[in-house]
Structure formats: C-alpha cells, structure tokens
Design a protein around this ligand. Structure first.
Ligand SMILES: C[S@@+](CC[C@H](N)C(=O)[O-])C[C@H]1O[C@@H](n2cnc3c(N)ncnc32)[C@H](O)[C@@H]1O
Length: 312
C-alpha cells in the first residue's frame, strides 16, 4: 500500500514548521499513524531525534518500513500517549524540544474492518485502537444502561437525539444481540431523515469510539505531562478534528497562558511568585484551518484545527 492510500497527513507543513525550534532537538510525535508527520520532521536538515508513539501495531509496521532510512534517529514506542512521560523516562529522556499530536484515527484505521470504526463497512463492533484495552464497542452497546448511553451520545457525540437513539438500542438489544456495525447503523438510522443520517451515524460512532478508548481523558493527561517535559522555548502542537478535543486544547492553552496571581494565597511569597508565572505562550491565538488548496485534495482536512503553544 502506498503512503497516500494509507493516510494523507492534514496540516502537516503548518504543524511541523510550528513544532521545530531547534534543528538538533529532541521531538515527540504522539500519534505516529502512517508516519507522514514523522517523515517531515526527520527530513528537515539537522540531527533531531524523534520518539514516536502509537498503539496500533499495523500503523507501527507501516511507519517503520516508511521511515527505515531514519532508523538511527527514530525510536518508535508502542504505547498510549497518556504514558508519554514514563515511556520517555524509560528511554532516559527527561526533557524534549517539542511534541506534536495529530489526533483521532487514520484513514486506514477507518477503512479497516477489524476495528469496526466506520458505519460504512460491515464489521464486528470493536473500536479499540489498542487491542490491550478490555472494553469493546459491542460491550458498550450490550451492557450500558440507557442513561449511560444517553450521556456518551450527548457528551462525546453532541447528538441532539441522544435519548431516542439510546432508547431504541436498549429496546432492540433485548430481542437480538447487536454485534456488528451494520446492525447498529440500521438501528441508529431508523426514523432519521435521509439527509441527516450520515451526520447522526458519524456522531454516534464517534461517541462510542471516544468512550471505548477513553480519548478525552487520555488527551488531558498527556497534555498535562507535555507541559512538564517540554523545555522553555519548545512547542506543543495539536491538530484536532472535533470540537470536544479542540475545547480541551484551547482551554488548557488559555488557562496556562494566564498568570495565576489570585491563586495560592495561603503559600509563601516566593512560592506565590513562582506559581503566578504563566507556563505557556499562545503562538496561535486563533486555530489554524486547512487552506482551500488542501481542502480540495483532502476532505478529511475540513474539520481540522491546529493550535500551537510555546513553553515559557
Ligand atoms: C490521524 S492519525 C496520525 C497520522 C499521522 N500524523 C500521519 O501523518 O500519518 C492518528 C494516529 O494516532 C494514533 N492514536 C490515537 N490515539 C492515540 C493514543 N492515545 N496514544 C497513541 N496513539 C494514538 C492512532 O492509532 C492513529 O494511528
């Protein structure tokens, strides 16, 4: 399979030029995928070292082959980016010059029937990006009570018909086990207007995927660690694809870019002054979107938002 068939990187030039501040630095690609970002980092002049994370063995296999010419400067780590700090410490790396996240899933993962992420293909309801995880989409659909389904459809899918859809699922599953993407898609799509069907299915499938992979908590945790390990002057770069992820990034960046002068009043003056320092500077006060040129070539870029912050 060629690189473009695997995944076309989104906002890659903008993300990587925003990331690199030292051509001989140590960088982290938190979401290796097909290796598009990683290749751009490694091809830049200089002797930078890259540590790249992914949990999907198929992505790692593909990217390892693609990046074999850079093997002396690249370390691939099969770990969730929520373990970035400890995983780097295991490599004896304690501080880095920048980290980039290209969130979500690759085009290849969406099309792979063994994961079951897409309602367009018949496959088992699994949705785990990391097969070491124990919760599958099938179990969510079979075991969550109606209230919990409503909550994930609302919170993670921002789905206006969350209640109706959750009720339909809980009614149907008493008669037949819901085990495949097409079964679930048929149940979710019932009674939904034809022109609204695809967006509803996308929201519901996204919500279940976020729940199965605990995506928002992993992102929050990883970004908190990133602030600790990126050196002053280094960058945190995030490309996100839905508003829930973007909100997490935006809120963290904005919060950390403000001095916390009014907090910690019970601690000593010296500590108070240290604590009052902002830890980030916003490089992109507004998120960067894909250019018309890129949108024409890659529909996936439609929803992408790039945010960059610099460690102070
Ligand atoms: C959009 S793709 C990255 C594409 C890549 N930038 C490229 O240019 O080819 C996202 C990748 O991140 C991985 N991923 C998602 N969540 C992750 C997590 N919490 N930890 C590590 N990898 C993750 C997915 O398995 C997927 O391969």
């Amino acid at each position: 399979m060629n690189e473009a068939d695997y995944h076309i990187p989104v906002l890659a030039d903008e993300a990587i030029s925003g990331l690199i501040t030292d051509s001989d630095g140590i960088y982290v690609d938190a979401t290796l995928g097909g290796g598009g970002y990683a290749e751009r980092i490694l091809k830049r002049p200089g002797t930078s070292k890259l540590f790249a994370f992914d949990t999907d063995p198929a992505a790692i296999l593909f990217a390892t082959e693609r990046l074999k010419d850079f093997a002396d400067r690249l370390t691939i780590i099969t770990e969730n980016f929520a373990s970035v700090r400890i995983a780097l410490a295991n490599q004896n790396v304690w501080a880095i010059d920048g980290i980039v996240y290209d969130l979500g899933v690759s085009s290849r993962q969406l099309d792979t029937t063994s994961i079951g992420l897409s309602y367009r293909f018949e496959s088992e309801l699994d949705m785990r990006l990391d097969k070491r995880l124990t919760l599958t989409a099938k179990e969510v659909i079979a075991n969550y009570d109606e209230r919990d389904l409503v909550k994930i459809f609302r919170d993670y899918g921002e789905e206006p018909q969350a209640k109706r859809i959750a009720r339909r699922i809980t009614q149907r599953r008493t008669a037949e086990a819901i085990t495949t993407t097409t079964q679930l898609a048929a149940i979710v799509g019932e009674g939904i207007r034809e022109d609204k069907k695809n967006s509803t299915l996308s929201r519901i499938f996204q919500a279940i995927r976020i729940e199965v992979n605990d995506e928002l908590a992993q992102l929050r945790s990883s970004l908190d660690q990133a602030i600790e390990i990126v050196k002053p002057g280094g960058r945190i770069v995030v490309v996100s694809y839905h508003s829930l992820e973007d909100r997490i990034v935006k809120e963290l960046f904005v919060r950390e870019a403000k001095p916390k002068a009014d907090e910690g009043s019970a601690i000593s003056l010296k500590q108070n002054i240290d604590y009052a320092k902002a830890r980030l500077k916003l490089i992109t006060p507004k998120p960067v979107s894909a250019s018309m040129d890129e949108l024409v070539k890659n529909l996936r870029a439609r929803s992408a938002k790039l945010r960059i912050a610099e460690r102070l």
